[in-house]
Design a protein around this ligand. Structure first.
Ligand SMILES: Cc1ncc(COP(=O)(O)O)c(C=O)c1O
Length: 484
């Protein structure tokens, strides 16, 4: 294989074999031992998604008048999502490429709605959100020139604190955010209080149901206690829900919904002031494959309500077993009371980052989360259908890994972090930063090192702005044209 465009094309078999070979070091999620990144509904669901994806791969969602099939799928998906989330006949929605795009569009709509409503308010509109809201909100605020105003959460429950959100409202506030659920801790914010506060102050309220919006209604039907979080709650003006998470659809599939068309209007962008075709886009992407949309439509039709309810039942039982099992391991504590299949646990006795590495050696992928605000460094599990079979085995290995690490001195990287911070600040050439990036690239061969504990400890000890700068530099080094 060559990294130049080959002079003459290779034969199909050679190309296909190279593709398979390229996967060698990828996360081996098919075994069901990865608790992040993948939502694996099994072979049949995967096949249906792939078939529909390939069937519409080459269709272009750029112009719905030319591909009415895609318009139909999109409106069908909006109807299904609206019914799922308690929306009335006024609720409208658009299919997007993922949670981040749904959130970005909701914030664009909110910003332009605010500007139209309050031309007298100078300065950047503000978005008040709990620190547990997904990073996509901060990214959207950054891209869209909106100020994100993060607010601490309840340090015991990790749920948003409506009183603190109220205190953060100014004349520039355009929208309040609640999560159902949050990614990090899997808890549902008090949406009723937050939405009521928004309504009382004439503000918008977005509920991020990217990860929880699809599954939580099933949990509720199964008798679990799930607080109200959707369009049935007065004051909720927009929601995001991802099909590519717990609806088990191929990636590139989410929806953003609005209380009515008057608000959604601000999401849409049209441009006829150029020399080409008349462009009008609902989404950030313009030309886009019909694959993800057709696949989401097909998977929902194939699994059906009863199918999702069955899957939800297994997931709920697994979540409960894992929460109880982790609580029973001395040295580990579950953070908050998760309603979702997302469980975070911390430890006062050992390094959770070393725990992730120790579990990786045992063939598991579990996700480290850095400390932030009242949330200590912790391990996160996103429990998905192919994990269900592994509960006992995971707990057994977790117990063993905890025993192995208990009492091992935890590295104190604060002095090193301080020294590095001083070095970076004293060195405008960027060389000190480059040295640190090289150091944090870890002990593995390549960009995905096996032992990440040292890197995570160091990142955790650095001041936040520096942490973010370092991450930018790290990725800037990672994506360099191949030279093999
Ligand atoms: C609560 C929540 N919101 C937003 C997102 C962002 O979604 P995506 O990764 O599809 O852009 C996620 C992803 O995990 C999430 O959990």
């Amino acid at each position: 294989m060559t990294t130049r465009i080959p002079e003459t094309g290779l034969d199909r078999e050679t190309v296909f074999a190279a593709l398979e070979q390229a996967r060698a070091k990828d996360l081996a999620w098919r075994k069901g031992r990865a608790y992040a990144y993948v939502y694996d509904g099994g072979k049949e669901i995967e096949e249906v998604g792939k078939h529909a994806y390939m069937a519409f791969l080459t269709e272009n969602g750029l112009d719905p008048t030319v591909f009415p099939s895609l318009l139909q799928f999109e409106n069908d998906l909006a109807a299904m999502a609206r019914a799922h989330l308690g929306g009335d006949e006024h609720v409208v929605g658009n299919f997007t490429s993922g949670g981040t795009e749904s959130i970005m569009l909701a914030i664009k709509a909110a910003r332009d709605h605010f500007r139209a409503l309050h031309p007298e308010v100078a300065g950047k509109p503000e978005l008040v959100l709990p620190i547990t809201a997904h990073a996509a909100f901060f990214k959207a605020a950054h891209y869209l020139d909106v100020t994100a105003v993060p607010v601490p959460v309840n340090p015991e429950t990790f749920r948003a604190d409506p009183a603190q959100m109220k205190a953060a409202i100014t004349e520039r506030t355009m929208m309040l955010v609640a999560s159902a659920s949050s990614y990090a801790h899997g808890v549902v914010d008090p949406v009723r209080e937050i939405a009521a506060l928004a309504a009382e102050r004439g503000l918008l309220c977005h509920v991020d149901g990217c990860i929880g919006g699809f599954l939580l209604p099933y949990f509720r039907r199964l008798g679990a206690e799930v607080p109200d979080f959707d369009f049935r709650v007065p004051g909720v003006t927009s929601m995001s829900m991802d099909f590519h998470k717990y609806a088990l659809c191929p990636k590139g599939a989410s929806i953003v919904l609005y209380r009515d068309k008057a608000l959604r209007r601000h999401q849409i962008y049209a441009c006829s002031s150029w020399t080409g075709y008349t462009m009008v886009n609902n989404t950030i992407q313009s030309s886009k494959s019909g694959g993800p949309m057709a696949a989401a439509w097909a998977v929902l039709q194939f699994v059906g309500d009863a199918g999702y309810l069955r899957i939800a039942k297994d997931l709920l039982a697994t979540q409960r077993a894992l929460v109880a099992g982790i609580r029973a391991i001395p040295g580990l504590r579950v953070l908050g009371e998760p309603e979702m299949t997302l469980v975070a646990f911390a430890s006062d006795e050992l390094s959770v980052f070393q725990l992730c590495d120790a579990m990786k050696k045992r063939g598991w992928y579990i996700q480290p989360q850095l400390a932030y605000g009242s949330s200590p460094a912790n391990v996160h599990l996103s429990i998905q259908p192919s994990n269900v079979q592994w509960t006992e085995a995971l707990l057994k290995d977790l117990r063993a890994a905890v025993e192995e690490l208990r009492g091992r001195p935890q590295p104190d990287l604060a002095p090193m972090a301080q020294a590095l911070t001083a070095q970076i600040e004293a060195d405008p050439s960027g060389q000190a930063m480059a040295n640190i990036v090289a150091m944090t690239r870890g002990s593995g061969d390549g960009p995905t090192p096996d032992e990440m504990a040292d890197t995570n400890h160091l990142l955790d000890a650095l001041p936040r702005p520096l942490q973010e700068r370092l991450l930018v530099e790290y990725v800037n080094e990672m994506f360099v044209p191949s030279s093999r």
